[in-house]
Design a binder for this molecule. Sequence first.
Ligand code: ZN
Length: 159
Amino acid sequence: MALRNIVMENDPLLRKTSRPVDEITPRIIKLLDDMAETMYYDNRGVGLAAPQVGVLRRVFVVDVGDDHGLLEFINPEIIETEGEQEYCEGCLSVPGKTAKVVRPAKVKIKALNRDGEEFVLEATDLLAVCICHENDHLNGILFTDKAVNGEIFYAQEED
Ligand code: ZN
């Protein structure tokens, strides 16, 4: 496994639409492993999408610290949403900024796991937020685009 560099906010890569994975090759498995390591490094994030490490493929990983643990999504598709919730989001590619975003309260998502098997997952709370946030990355959308009232909050930089 290896840490990957995170692509930052103003990089045009983050605005591109990612392509589906047509075959789960060892390269994709390595990508998943590296993305998890990069997400966990320094406890920085609860989710990471492939374009954030410069790979324009429809892949993301999530771990919001609940019972699900690490979740890997390949070619994800949100098939149902319900309700609304507002959450103050941040992003590893947009350090120092947060914004309130309205997301579905519940999502149903279909994707492939690393063995190429299709699964369907229902998520609520932070997991639903995170899934929507990462899925947006695959379509070139950042959370700041969806900030409630266009309001961005600047957090104190920590290092
Ligand atoms: Zn993000």
